[in-house]
Design a protein around this ligand. Structure first.
Ligand SMILES: [Zn+2]
Ligand SMILES: [Zn+2]
Length: 261
């Protein structure tokens, strides 16, 4: 296994937190770090600047960057990204305009026929411009880096499960993971584990997840039953924050940045 995969510290830290999903804790930490990097503005490494310029940010991460209240850093990052976007868009619109004009020069009959054939140069250009915009709006520097980092973390979790009995114990005693990270671990097992270890891990994970979903369901049910006057005097147990934790179990920590504001 390559050296960079042996960074077990963030994984141990997350497993010591006792949350509904240690992978969410890891994700939150690297997300926060990448948000800081993206706000580095003028101090940003040229390579990073090229990446933020090209990839831009998704709606959620734009909101988070805005929420960090580093207006100058954010403005500098946005400015060079916007210029990059305008430059590539400029090439697209220029080419589209050219085809559009040659379409306009056609006689009335040919103009009327425009659009009938999908191989029409104007329509091909229009499609290219649409795809270009959709592609650019669909990419995000933060999401991209998180995905790569999480893949590496998953690989390390599996490595530790395989090699470190202490970690395996902590893994099996954990509350499982959220439903967003469950398939990520299974996909990781498919790619990085083999033979008997893979079978054992998939079995362990399914059992762990099943057990913890059942626990979550019971905690949530008790939350609803507490609204019955006959249960008013009975103790809450673990159910007081069952709604918040069920949300986390289903979709990860959707409250992460809101909590910091
Ligand atoms: Zn998660
Ligand atoms: Zn994003």
């Amino acid at each position: 296994m390559p050296q960079q995969h042996l960074d077990t510290i963030p994984i141990w830290e997350a497993y010591h937190e006792d949350s509904e999903c240690p992978l969410c804790a890891m994700e939150e930490r690297c997300e926060s770090q990448f948000l800081d990097t993206a706000l580095g503005g003028a101090l940003m490494e040229p390579d990073t600047r090229i990446m933020t310029n090209q990839a831009g940010f998704c709606a959620q991460h734009l909101r988070m960057l805005y929420g960090r209240e580093n207006r100058l850093g954010f403005a500098l990052t946005l400015h060079t990204h916007l210029k990059d976007y305008m430059e590539s868009l400029g090439k697209q619109t220029e080419a589209l305009e050219k085809e559009l004009q040659s379409e306009q020069k056609k006689n009335a009959l040919a103009k009327g026929a425009a659009g009938i054939s999908k191989s029409d140069p104007f329509f091909r250009r229009l499609d290219a411009a649409i795809s270009h915009m959709e592609e650019r709006s669909g990419s995000c520097y933060i999401c991209g880096r998180i995905d790569k980092t999480m893949d590496r973390y998953v690989e390390t979790v599996l490595y530790m499960y395989r090699k470190d009995p202490e970690f395996k114990k902590a893994f099996l005693a954990s509350r499982g993971v959220c439903m967003r990270h469950y398939p990520l671990l299974l996909r990781g097992a498919k790619a990085h584990l083999h033979g008997e270890t893979r079978l054992q891990f998939v079995h362990d994970l399914m059992e762990l997840q099943q057990k913890n979903l059942k626990r979550m369901e019971e905690e949530l049910e008790w939350f609803t039953l507490k609204f019955d006057y006959r249960n008013q005097a009975k103790p809450w147990g673990n159910s007081k924050d069952a709604v918040e934790r069920t949300i986390k179990k289903l979709q990860g920590n959707v409250f992460s940045e809101e909590g910091k504001k």
